[in-house]
Design a protein around this ligand. Structure first.
Ligand code: IDP
Ligand code: MG
Length: 143
């Protein structure tokens, strides 16, 4: 079983100086950080990442949001990483997210929802490769 997932601390998380608090929650929940960087996404990169949503009515706004400032992609490792990380972040819409979840605690809208988490093992592998080279991953995946 794949034990990795991709998190992104989205531009609202960075803008609100919540990087530290969100990473604390992630570590407290038992995830190990395997690779991390800060990047300001281009429209092309954000559009490629969210390709599956390109026909959705919110797509253009989503790309504008995701390119509005730097974000922090993080490759995480834990047993059952994808499912456990989705539980930690909560529902897409923070008003529907469970108490104590990252989105419930920090997000302000269904769009500006602080954090991304991969939705399947297959997508986790693809999404990690979107941000991190083989070299960057191998350097940190050796333990
Ligand atoms: P997820 O991030 O919980 O997996 P997705 O449905 O994959 O949710 O949507 C990707 C991102 O697009 C969301 O995290 C959010 O930022 C944005 N989004 C999703 N649904 C809406 C919507 O109905 N209105 C505005 N933005 C949305
Ligand atoms: Mg999704």
């Amino acid at each position: 079983m794949n034990n990795k997932t991709l998190a992104i601390l989205k531009p609202d998380c960075v803008r609100k100086n919540l990087i530290g608090q969100v990473i604390s929650k992630i570590n407290e929940a038992g995830f190990k950080i395997k690779a991390m960087k800060m990047v300001h996404l281009t429209k092309e990169s954000a559009g490629g990442f969210y390709e599956v949503h390109k026909e959705r009515p919110f797509f253009n706004d989503l790309i504008a949001y995701m390119t509005s400032g730097p974000c922090v992609p993080i490759a995480l490792e834990k047993d059952n990483a994808v499912e456990d990380f989705r539980s930690l972040i909560g529902a897409t819409d923070p008003s529907k997210a469970a108490e104590g979840t990252i989105r419930k605690l920090y997000a302000e809208s269904i769009e500006q929802n602080i954090v991304h988490g991969s939705d399947s093992d297959e997508n986790a592998v693809k999404e990690i490769a979107h941000f991190f080279s083989r070299k960057e991953l191998l350097e940190n995946y050796s333990d």
